[in-house]
Write a protein that binds this ligand. Structure first.
Ligand code: ZN
Length: 341
């Protein structure tokens, strides 16, 4: 059988486990690092940010590389400023093996008052530097079982559950291991309903990712095309959105006027084609850089509120449009529900 039907067959074999959830989770909640968050209290949501990243590589990263107190002390003021700007939910997109530390996220959520959502999954971009060795030796089914296990049993015994799947691929064509990551993400989605954020190098890669998901029977609605601004051809944004994918323009940076204007242009283009209901916006900002003095240079999380939203309003965006971008779309995209083709 071909790969697609093999995956579907595997899902059927695992059928007895399908739809099982971890404790204290219901259909109307998303797991936050402090426990389930009701969909109605997600509010203004930044769909793609980071509190901490460790670029050393999968084989060397670990808790020995940083002091949790120093990370909390550095990051907390930025999260408090974000809460003051009106944000309620912060989606932390740092995956395992590149600096995910859910106990730090828990402390930051407690101290800031923000809902913080973490992830499961592996990141194959940056030439696979952040992949553990077992990503090469295990099958897609085995990798999916690890991620589903985090959703059902919690992450590393912390009692903290992931709220989505994070993966990553470079520009297309995808490498074999990155194809496998997407297959694993599809399997994990079908077993949990967790949605998929995929760091994606370009439009070619995005379309390839969507093909893999569809072959596995997963609707593009389960997929967030992370860093869609890396693809300059607006037609590809439109194409993926019409298929049902979420198009995430997430490089909003207050000190980069050219990039900011490009984000405005991309979002305007989506609105002109009646696809604003598939758009997500965020900064991809932060973060405490493990291994750099005092955590290196930190980029704050408020340019979106201070600069970007006013720019959209100058383009004629209504309060309703803004609410769609900041509240409705993130909530809809995160809802934990199996989206079969
Ligand atoms: Zn990111």
């Amino acid at each position: 059988m071909d790969r697609g039907s093999f995956i579907q067959h595997s899902v059927m074999l695992m059928g007895s486990l399908v739809f099982t959830r971890g404790p204290a989770q219901s259909h109307n909640t998303i797991p936050g690092v402090l426990g389930p968050v009701s969909l109605s209290s997600l509010g203004v949501t930044l769909i793609h940010e980071h509190t901490m990243v460790d670029f050393i590589g999968a084989s060397e990263t670990g808790v020995h590389r940083y002091h949790a107190d120093a990370v909390v002390e550095t990051v907390l003021p930025y999260l408090i400023a974000l809460k003051k700007a009106g944000c309620a939910t912060f989606v932390d997109c740092t995956p395992a093996y590149i600096g995910r530390d859910v106990t730090i996220l828990k402390r930051l959520a407690q101290a800031s008052g923000l809902n913080i959502i973490t992830n499961t999954g592996y990141y194959g971009a940056a030439k696979e530097k952040y992949l553990p060795a077992h990503a090469y030796t295990e099958t897609a089914e085995q990798l999916a079982t690890r991620w589903v296990g985090e959703f059902r049993k919690g992450i590393d015994g912390t009692g903290i559950y992931p709220g989505f799947i994070k993966t990553g691929v470079d520009a297309g064509p995808l490498t074999p291991v990155c194809e496998k990551l997407l297959e694993a993400a599809a399997l994990a989605h079908l077993q949990t309903g967790l949605t998929i954020s995929a760091h994606t190098g370009n439009g070619e890669a995005a379309l390839q990712e969507l093909t893999i998901l569809q072959k596995a029977g997963v609707s593009p609605d389960a997929f967030r095309w992370v860093h869609a601004q890396n693809e300059k051809d607006k037609q590809l944004h439109l194409q993926a959105a019409r298929m049902g994918a979420w198009i995430e323009f997430d490089g909003i940076n207050g000190s980069d006027p050219t990039g900011l204007q490009q984000h405005v242009d991309f979002v305007v283009s989506m609105k002109e084609h009646n696809l604003l209901n598939k758009v997500l916006i965020s900064h991809d900002a932060g973060w405490y850089h493990v291994g750099e003095p005092d955590g290196g240079t930190f980029r704050s999380y408020t340019a979106l509120f201070e600069t970007f939203i006013p720019a959209l309003k100058r383009e004629g965006f209504t309060d309703r449009d803004i609410r769609q971008l900041l509240v409705d779309n993130p909530r809809k995209s995160l809802i934990i529900r199996v989206r079969e083709l």
